[in-house]
Write a protein that binds this ligand. Structure first.
Ligand code: NAI
Length: 346
């Protein structure tokens, strides 16, 4: 039964959509609209089967409810996944069909880009619905690539972690091991280097890691070594970064703080980190900079300085979570989940 499925969490609605002419096969999960329209990107991905696609949509949409609530946004949480199938190539017609389905939800769900989708794809979807964000922008307008905004939020959140765990008010001499140097990790590395941090870098694109290391005067290591580098902070900013029992046992850091989504492989892994005395910055709290920017664009509210001010609040929000975890003896992810669930009326 779907209602008993492990990842079903009293989702308000789960839509299964098929469009015969293009082969579009999609799941749109609306987890919560308690605080506003369900926001969450659309992922285009190869799934083993339709159950795997549904599971991903259920899990990711709940994460979005937590993320928007904790970011103080007037939005709920949702997520769309389009199954990447040989018989359904990502054509304009397929994206338009998806836009029609989003339009049919009348604003209960607002889409944006996620893995496998580009800002150009959003412009195609936008031909059919206005409930789409993450469109290309020009000339200093709010919106566009969320990566640098996410990096700004991670930088602020990491500062809260370093203050709480190391009693340090700046990054001078703080050693950060960064996994993944893409749009977020690369921008984060630049900021940390300017702030005087000592960096160790890794990316599956080894040439990219070497180039960053050379430019920032830091060291690059192999991808399978980065999670074991002795450092103050481990910062996961790659795809599918999994903190599981084995990775956690190998960590030699005081803090884990990075942008990757779903860093904890299982709900037990937050407690595992806490048991080792490692301070974990809950992923959906620290990586909310991008969604803050995307929502400002969608709502047509605020300017770039207002977005920057909203992102700066991530530092205080994490400081509160860390303080509550210390006071209550709970793991930081459990503290954040409880705060988020209260905010969405659960
Ligand atoms: P990206 O695709 O620009 O960069 C990912 C980088 O990680 C690439 O350079 C890739 O080569 C590298 N990589 C992949 N697997 C790796 C591995 N096993 N070890 C080391 N490096 C590896 O992605 P982006 O946008 O920088 O996102 C990074 C993470 O942050 C993702 O998990 C994403 O879901 C999450 N995130 C991103 C947001 C954004 O605004 N872009 C917002 C919130 C979360």
């Amino acid at each position: 039964m779907i209602f008993d499925a492990g990842d079903f969490d009293a989702h308000e609605a789960v839509h299964f959509a098929h469009h015969a002419a293009t082969g579009l096969t999609a799941v749109i999960a609306v987890h919560s609209t308690h605080l506003g329209p369900a926001a969450g990107g659309c992922r285009w991905w190869s799934y083993a089967d339709d159950r795997a696609a549904m599971t991903d949509a259920l899990r990711l949409s709940r994460g979005m409810s937590y993320k928007t609530a904790m970011a103080g946004l007037p939005m709920g949480g949702g997520k769309a996944v389009i199954m990447k199938l040989e018989r359904a190539p990502k054509t304009d017609a397929l994206l338009e069909a998806f836009g029609d389905i989003v339009a049919g939800l009348n604003g209960r769900y607002v889409t944006a880009e996620d893995v496998g989708m580009s800002d150009h794809d959003m412009t195609v979807i936008a031909r059919r619905t206005r409930h789409v964000s993450g469109l290309p922008v020009s000339g200093g307008a709010v919106g566009g690539n969320p990566g640098p905004w996410t990096a700004q939020g991670v930088f602020a959140g990491m500062r809260a972690a370093v203050a709480h765990q190391l009693g340090r008010s700046d990054f001078r001499g703080v050693h950060v091991a960064i996994q993944g140097l893409g749009s977020v990790g690369g921008a984060l590395a630049e900021k940390l280097a300017v702030a005087g941090a000592v960096l160790t870098l890794a990316d599956i694109d080894a040439a990219r890691a070497r180039a960053y290391a050379a430019r920032l005067g830091s060291r690059a290591v192999e991808v399978d070594a980065i999670a074991r580098v002795p450092a103050d902070v481990f910062s996961p900013n790659a795809l599918g970064a999994g903190l599981d029992a084995a990775t956690i046992a190998g960590l030699d850091v005081a803090i884990v703080a990075g942008a990757a989504n779903n860093q904890l492989a299982t709900p037990q892994d937050g407690a595992r980190l806490a048991a080792r005395g490692i301070l974990y910055a809950p992923d959906y709290v620290i990586n909310a900079g991008g969604i803050i920017n995307v929502v400002a664009e969608y709502l047509g509210q605020g300017d770039v300085p207002a977005v920057a001010r909203a992102i700066a609040l991530i530092e205080g929000r994490l400081a509160d979570i860390f303080a509550e975890a210390r006071r209550s003896g709970q793991a930081t992810d459990a503290v954040a989940d409880a705060m988020a669930r209260r905010l969405i009326g659960r």
